[in-house]
Design a protein. Structure first.
Length: 462
C-alpha cells in the first residue's frame, strides 16, 4: 500500500491511498464467504457455491463492493498512522479507481487536530476578588439558619407580610375555570414571591374566611402565559416566630454550645466558600488570557456539530424538563434567535479551543490521572448530578464516558499548571495562593467551559 497526505488547511487533510489488488485477497475471500451464506443456488449446498458461480449469478461487482467496504477501514487506518495525523470524526471517502485484479485507489478527507504552539504564559496576571467576610455576612448567614428553625402559630387577625396563610385558588381565563386552575389547602408565605404575581397584595389584610380576586399572568399549566382572573380565599393565618439568638439556639441548630462558636463556624464556612469562588474566578480569568495568547484554528464541521449538539441538549433536555420551548425560553431571556445562535457559537468555539490547548498542555507536561484523582472527580460529579456515586459510576461506564472524565481531570491539571505559573492578585493587591485542591477546582472550571464539548478522535472508521 502507498499513501500520501495533503494539508488542505490547518484543520483538514486529504489522504491519497493506492492498494495493490493482491492486498484485497483476505477481504475478497471474506466477501465470497459472506455472500455464500446469504444466497441459494440450485444444485449447490448453502455455503459451498464456487466463486465463479457467484460471479456469474450475482456479478463480480457485488463481490468487489463487499470486499472494498470490508477493506477500507483497515487501509484508512494504516494511512492515518503512516501520515501521523490525529483525525476528528468520520472521513469523507471517495473511491477514485478500482481495477479488478490490478488496483484500488481512494481519497479520504478528514478533519484533524490542529498543531498548536503553547504560548509563553508566564507573563499573565489576573486580579480576583479578595476573600473578605464582614460581620454583616455572618449575621445574614446566622439569620438564614434561624429562619429554618422558625415555628408557626395560628392567629386570629388579618394576614401581614411574613405570615403563612393557607389558601384556596381558582383561575379563570375568558370566564371559564381552567381544568388545572383549582387548588385547595395551599400553604404560602406572604412576600416569598413563590406563587403568582399579585397574590401578596391580594391576601395581605385578609382574615381567615376572607376572599379576593386579582389578575395575573399564569407561569405554567394549560394556559401558560395567559392573563387569568384568580380568586383566592384565605382559610387560615399563622404567624412565623423566630427563635431567640442565644446559646440555646446554637445548641438546637448546630453541634456548638454557644452562639459565639456558631458565628465563628459560620465565618469560617463563608471564608471557605469565598476562597473556592476566588479560585474558580482566578482559573476562569487565567484561561481567558491563555486563549487570547494562543492561535487555535477550529475545524468548521466540528464547530457546526458542537453548536447543533449544544442547541439540541438545551432544547430537548434542559428546557424539556422545565416544560419550555426554545421560543418561550428566548422570549423569557429577551433574546432573538440570532443572538442565541451567536452566543452558542461563541461558547462552542471557546469550549473547543479550551479542550485543544489544554490537551496539548497535558501532552507537553506529560500529565497523568491517577485512580484516586478520577474517583474524587467522579464523586464530585455525582454529587452535582443528584445521583449516588454508584449510580453515576454505572451510568458513566455504560455510556462509555470514562475517557471523558479522565480528560476533564487531565485538563484541570493542565490549567492548574498554568495558574501556578502566573501572577494572581486580589483587589487589595495581595498575592493569592491557590494551591489547596487546585487540580479539582480547575477540573470543574474546565468542565463548565467545555460543556458538551468532547472532541473524539476516530482512527478506525471509514
Amino acid at each position: 500500500m502507498k499513501s500520501a497526505v495533503e494539508t488542505l488547511n490547518p484543520t483538514r487533510v486529504r489522504l491519497t491511498v493506492e492498494v495493490p489488488f493482491e492486498e484485497l485477497k483476505d477481504s475478497l475471500d471474506a466477501a465470497y464467504k459472506k455472500i455464500n451464506q446469504q444466497v441459494t443456488v440450485k444444485g449447490f449446498r448453502k455455503g459451498k457455491i464456487p466463486a465463479r458461480v457467484i460471479d456469474q449469478r450475482f456479478g463480480r461487482g457485488a463481490v468487489l463492493e463487499e470486499a472494498v467496504n470490508d477493506a477500507l477501514p483497515k487501509f484508512y487506518t494504516e494511512a492515518v498512522n503512516e501520515a501521523e495525523v490525529n483525525p476528528l470524526g468520520q472521513p469523507e471517502v471517495d473511491i477514485t479507481e478500482l481495477k479488478d485484479g490490478e488496483l484500488l485507489a481512494f481519497t479520504a478527507e478528514v478533519d484533524i487536530r490542529p498543531t498548536i504552539e503553547i504560548p509563553d504564559y508566564s507573563g499573565i496576571e489576573v486580579t480576583v476578588d479578595a476573600v473578605e467576610v464582614s460581620d454583616e455576612d455572618v449575621e445574614k448567614s446566622v439569620e438564614q439558619l434561624r429562619e429554618r428553625f422558625a415555628s408557626t402559630n395560628p392567629v386570629e387577625r388579618a394576614a401581614a407580610d411574613g405570615d403563612v396563610v393557607t389558601i384556596d385558588l381558582e383561575a379563570k381565563v375568558d370566564g371559564e375555570v381552567l381544568p388545572d386552575g383549582v387548588a385547595q389547602g395551599v400553604s404560602y408565605t406572604i412576600g416569598s414571591g413563590e406563587l403568582l404575581d399579585g397574590i401578596d397584595e391580594a391576601v395581605t389584610g385578609l382574615e381567615a374566611g376572607g376572599e379576593a380576586t386579582f389578575t395575573s399572568q399564569l407561569k405554567g399549566g394549560s394556559a401558560e402565559g395567559k392573563d387569568a382572573e384568580v380568586t383566592v380565599k384565605v382559610t387560615a393565618v399563622a404567624a412565623r416566630e423566630l427563635p431567640e439568638l442565644d446559646d440555646d439556639f446554637a445548641q438546637l441548630a448546630s453541634e456548638f454550645d454557644t452562639l459565639d462558636e456558631l458565628k465563628a463556624d459560620s465565618r469560617k464556612r463563608l471564608e471557605n466558600m469565598k476562597q473556592f469562588d476566588q479560585a474558580t474566578q482566578a482559573q476562569e480569568r487565567v484561561l481567558d488570557e491563555l486563549l487570547k495568547l494562543a492561535e487555535v484554528p477550529i475545524p468548521e464541521k466540528l464547530l457546526e456539530d458542537e453548536i447543533n449538539t449544544r442547541k439540541h441538549n438545551l432544547e430537548h433536555h434542559q428546557l424539556g424538563q422545565m416544560g419550555l420551548t426554545l421560543e418561550k425560553y428566548l422570549e423569557i431571556q429577551g433574546k432573538t434567535e440570532e443572538e442565541f445562535l451567536a452566543e452558542t457559537k461563541e461558547q462552542a468555539e471557546k469550549g473547543i479551543k479550551t479542550q485543544f490547548i489544554l490537551d496539548e498542555l497535558v501532552n507537553k507536561e506529560k500529565l497523568n490521572v491517577s485512580q484516586e484523582e478520577l474517583t474524587e472527580h467522579l464523586m464530585r460529579r455525582a454529587a452535582s448530578s443528584g445521583m449516588s456515586p454508584d449510580q453515576f459510576a454505572q451510568a458513566v461506564v455504560e455510556g462509555g464516558q470514562v475517557p471523558m472524565l479522565v480528560g476533564e481531570v487531565a485538563r484541570g491539571k493542565a490549567l492548574a499548571v498554568v495558574v501556578e505559573a502566573v501572577k494572581v492578585v486580589d483587589t487589595n493587591g495581595e498575592t493569592v495562593d491557590l494551591e489547596d485542591d487546585e487540580d479539582e477546582t480547575a477540573a470543574e472550571t474546565v468542565e463548565a467551559v467545555t460543556g458538551e464539548t468532547e472532541v473524539a478522535e476516530e482512527k478506525n472508521e471509514a
